[in-house]
Ligand binder design. Structure first.
Ligand SMILES: C[S@@+](CC[C@H](N)C(=O)[O-])C[C@H]1O[C@@H](n2cnc3c(N)ncnc32)[C@H](O)[C@@H]1O
Length: 335
C-alpha cells in the first residue's frame, strides 16, 4: 500500500502545482485508525510542503492514543513503567511469567480499560493499556465491546495469549516504539479530531488547499464478474456488505462516494464494481493493489489476500465555483 499511496499523493500534488503554482496546505486523514496512512506518507508530506495534518477518527480511544504518542510520550512511558511495576513485578516478581499469570494481568487491565471507556475517561491510562493489550493480541486488531451498555466505539481485549515469545518482545519494545513514533508524529504540525467524518467534511468541503485521505471502513470485496445490473445509481449502502474486519459502525458508503466530486482526495476500499461505477461517473483515476487482510486470530493462520482499489482525484481543481452541497440526503442504514 505504501508505494501506491505515495504515487497518488505525488501525482495529485504535481498536478495541482502545475495548474495553480501552489501545493496543498492541509492533509486530512479522515479515518485515521492505526494511523498507518499518515505514517507512511509523513516524509512526503513534509517534503511536499504540507503545513499541517488533521487526523480524525470517530473512535475517541484511538485519537487519544495518537495524541498522547505525539504530545505526551514521557507520561505514556511513566504510566507503562507503573503497570510493569504494579501488575508484573509486585504481583508476580518479574515479566517472564506463566501463560495463566499473563492472562490474569490481561483480564485486570481489560476490566479497567472497559470501565474507563464506559465513563468516557480517555487519557494516558486508556492509551497505555490500549497499546499494551493491542500489541500482545495476536492479530493486533482489537475487537469491539458489543455488550448492551457499551458504545459502538468501545474496544474489548481478549485475555488469551497466543504466542508467549511475541508477548515478551512486545513488552520489551514498548518504550522504544513510543519514542520512535513520537518522533515521526512530531515531524509535522498535527491537529487531532474526534468527529464523525460527515460532520468534519462540512468544514473543509470546498477548501482547495486540502487533500483528504479516505481509508474508510472496508466493504466486502466483490469481483467484476459478480456484478449485477444493480451496481448503478440505484445501489444503496444497504446493498454493500461489511468485510470481515468489523469496525462496529454503520457506515454510509454511497454517501462518501457521492462526496468525492466535492473533494481533492485519495480513497481506498476493497475492490467492488460500485467503485468502478463511480470512477467512471466522476472521471476518477483508479489503481489496484493486493492487501493482506489481518483478521486471523490463531497463530499460523494464513491471512486472506484482498484486491483493493485506490481512487484519487483533485476534484476541486477544475471547479470555478465550488458548491457547499453534496446534493445528498442520507439513507437509513440497516445494522
Ligand atoms: C479502515 S480503518 C482506517 C485504517 C487506517 N487508515 C490505518 O492506517 O490504520 C477505518 C477507521 O474508520 C473509523 N470510522 C468509522 N466510521 C467513521 C466515521 N463515520 N467517521 C470517522 N471515522 C470513522 C473507524 O473507527 C476506523 O478506525
Amino acid at each position: 500500500m505504501k508505494k501506491e499511496l505515495i504515487y497518488c499523493l505525488n501525482s495529485l500534488v504535481v498536478e495541482k502545482v502545475k495548474k495553480t503554482n501552489k501545493g496543498f496546505k492541509i492533509f486530512i486523514d479522515g479515518f485515521v485508525g492505526a494511523m498507518n496512512s499518515t505514517i507512511v506518507l509523513m516524509d512526503e508530506l513534509v517534503f511536499l510542503g504540507f503545513e499541517k495534518v488533521i487526523v480524525n477518527d470517530i473512535n475517541p480511544c484511538l485519537v487519544q492514543v495518537h495524541f498522547d504518542i505525539r504530545n505526551r510520550p514521557n507520561e505514556l512511558i511513566s504510566e507503562y513503567l507503573e503497570i510493569i511495576t504494579t501488575k508484573y513485578f509486585k504481583n508476580y516478581g518479574g515479566i517472564f511469567l506463566e501463560k495463566e499469570q499473563y492472562e490474569q494481568i490481561h483480564y485486570e487491565l481489560n476490566e479497567e480499560f472497559m470501565k474507563l471507556q464506559k465513563n468516557n475517561e480517555f487519557g494516558i491510562r486508556t492509551s497505555i493499556i490500549f497499546l499494551l493489550l493491542q500489541g500482545t493480541t495476536y492479530s493486533g486488531i482489537p475487537r469491539y465491546d458489543k455488550s448492551k451498555k457499551a458504545k459502538s466505539t468501545d474496544f474489548k481485549f481478549s485475555k488469551k495469549i497466543y504466542d508467549i515469545d511475541r508477548y515478551h518482545s512486545v513488552l520489551l519494545n514498548q518504550i522504544p516504539k513510543i519514542r520512535k513514533f513520537s518522533k515521526i508524529y512530531n515531524k509535522i504540525d498535527i491537529e487531532f479530531r474526534n468527529q464523525d467524518f460527515f460532520n468534519l467534511v462540512e468544514e473543509f468541503r470546498t477548501n482547495k488547499e486540502v487533500l483528504f485521505n479516505l481509508d474508510v471502513p472496508y466493504f466486502e470485496e466483490l469481483k467484476e464478474e459478480d456484478t449485477s445490473n444493480k451496481m448503478s445509481l440505484e445501489t444503496t449502502s444497504k446493498d454493500l456488505k461489511d468485510c470481515a474486519i468489523d469496525y462496529n459502525q454503520k457506515f454510509d458508503h454511497i454517501r462518501i462516494l457521492k462526496e468525492l466530486d466535492n473533494l481533492n482526495f485519495i480513497y481506498n476500499n476493497n475492490a467492488h464494481p460500485i467503485l468502478n461505477y463511480y470512477a467512471n461517473e466522476f472521471n476518477i483515476n483508479v489503481g489496484t493493489f493486493i492487501r493482506n487482510e489481518v483478521t486471523s486470530s490463531k497463530l499460523g493462520e494464513t491471512t486472506k489476500k484482498v484486491r483493493e482499489l485506490i481512487l484519487f482525484k483533485n476534484s476541486l481543481l477544475n471547479k470555478s465555483v465550488a458548491t457547499n452541497q453534496s446534493g445528498y440526503r442520507p439513507i437509513e442504514l440497516v445494522a
